[in-house]
Design a protein around this ligand. Structure first.
Ligand SMILES: [Fe+2]
Ligand SMILES: [Fe+2]
Length: 192
């Protein structure tokens, strides 16, 4: 298997794990420790905002998608949709971060709005990754040249991944992932 494909799938797995944990945290609610609840959720949202934005989306948008788009006009519309997801996903996650602060600062009357928007966001992001894995990656396997795979393998190898074992767990995002896991209360994470 091409290394870049493995890395893309591992990065999706890390993001899915974080989105699922976030969903569980929200379902669980603050219980008797609001401070910890908001701290964990802020860290989760920051990770979901930061990690794909800096490491994952740019390489899909500038390398993977253009390589495929040139050869597979039948999925041009899908790639356009995924590009829009990348662009507006950033606004959506910022909005979610803002809504969380609203809940923390203004109280429980803001809770429903945050819960509603976060559920929508989790579905949106999971579907985005699912489309990439079920339609984009198989198409890449069909049409990309060896030269293009070499470029993708090299570029994606520069990323790091919290759940993978391909590189030392040293990047700031790896550390953040581990920190969130340790902070989140059990059974969602390893915390109290
Ligand atoms: Fe993407
Ligand atoms: Fe992706």
């Amino acid at each position: 298997m091409h290394k870049s494909l493995q890395i893309i799938r591992e990065e999706h797995a890390s993001l899915s794990a974080m989105l699922q944990s976030m969903g569980l945290m929200i379902k669980r609610g603050p219980l008797d420790n609001k401070e910890l609840f908001f701290k964990v959720l802020r860290a989760m949202l920051f990770y979901i905002d930061e990690f794909p934005e800096k490491q994952h989306h740019p390489k899909e948008s500038t390398l993977l998608f253009p390589f495929i788009k040139d050869r597979s006009p039948q999925i041009k519309d899908l790639i356009d949709k995924l590009e829009i997801d990348h662009k507006y996903g950033e606004y959506k996650i910022r909005e979610l971060e803002h809504l969380l602060i609203g809940w923390e600062m203004l109280g429980d009357k803001k809770r429903d709005e945050f819960n509603h928007f976060s559920a929508q966001y989790i579905t949106f992001y999971m579907q985005h990754m699912q489309l990439e894995e079920s339609l984009i990656l198989p198409e890449a396997l069909k049409v990309l040249s060896e030269e293009e795979w070499k470029i993708l393998d090299l570029e994606f190898s520069l990323n790091s991944d919290p759940l993978g074992t391909r590189s030392p767990r040293q990047s700031e995002y790896d550390l953040l992932f581990t920190h969130i896991t340790q902070l989140a209360p059990a059974p969602i994470g390893l915390g109290d």
